[in-house]
Design a protein around this ligand. Sequence first.
Ligand code: EPZ
Length: 399
Amino acid sequence: MDKIVVEGGARLTGVIPISGAKNAALPLLAAALLPTGASTFKNVPQLADVRTMAKLLGMLGWQVEGERTELTIAPPAKSRLKLEAPYELVKTMRASVLVLGPLVARYGRGRVSLPGGCAIGARPIDQHLKGLQAMGAKVTLDHGYVDVEAKRLRGATIVLDMPTVTGCENLMMAAALAKGRTVIENAAREPEVSDLARCLLAMGAKISGHGTDAITIEGVDALFGVEHAVVLLGGARPEHLDAVIAKLRAAGVQVAAEAGGLRVRGSGEIAAVDIVTQPHPGFPTDMQAQFMVLACLARGQSVIKEMIFENRFMHVPELVRMGADIQIDGRVAMVRGGARLNGAQVMATDLRASASLILAGLVASGRTDVLRVYHLDRGYEAIEKKLRAVGAKIKRVKQ
Ligand code: EPZ
């Protein structure tokens, strides 16, 4: 298992190119199951989860070709078609559930291992299944798998109990080939949901309202293959990051939107800010762990509330070992700022926690070894190369 070694204290300056977003790429690849022809995706990030999704599509019979940042995905010959996502793959990546909606919509059946919980919480898929049932599917749980069947899905009005991102994406893809109109209410508004809608529209789907909390899909009989680029944060579009930018500015960080991306400048003094994670456009849960490192350095006390996942403070014990002063009470972390972080051997536990430990290593005095970086590789493309290019003393050590 590789580890990342960081010598803290280096001053960072320069331009960091941003890769395609993991959480945009995964639903796009699943959408390739829908059209009758092949689709090509550009700007695909080189990530473990993307390789896992490509492997899953291959197991279902699709031909996946391409190298580096471009993938072409072509439908299977009838004889090679499989409709089951196996446990040994789903257990490594919860987003595998995204093939369910497309399989049922296109072939009338899909069978996916239940994802089970993960490090950050139980993460059920009841909303995905509730929506498919509303569209007329028969859902049966069988030996740890969920089996979903429908001769042809029919449009329905689905009110989600919470704005689940992959739940919304799964149901949008299912509704694209259903008969009639589907309205998804309390829909997720994340940029990746809109990017998926744009890809489905290019395939011939009829979708409106994406980016709002009500998405309307008029089902069509068939979709066709497309060429689509994964949403590129390289331009780091500020409208995707409003809540994060607002909190950075409140902490005293200068953030300016420019043609090529975002220019960020530290001002030395960091003020404490309170965070509550919420569905988009609120403060994203995927930035909570990273922000906690900033809070450790701030003057004053920050209160961080994790309202999306029930167990997303796994980075806290590791930060405390580096000298942070953080108290957890349920979903609330009280961070006393002004800490001087010291390098240490720390253990990555999940994707975003890994990123926060790298950030802590950059500012700590001395050496930090971040172990189990396979978590990091799921969602961050070559992060050590990007940081080294702007002056960080950081390297990957093969173990
Ligand atoms: C997506 O996960 C992202 N993953 C997550 O990123 C992200 O943290 C999360 O959305 C929130 O923004 C991908 O897009 C592949 P949810 P998802 O369904 O869709 C509950 C990362 O680090 N819920 O929006 O699984 C659920 O338990 C990952 O890149 C149900 O109860 O998240 C959670 O508490 C981590 N029933 C809340 O809703 C359901 O059927 C939000 O989950 C679905 C969800």
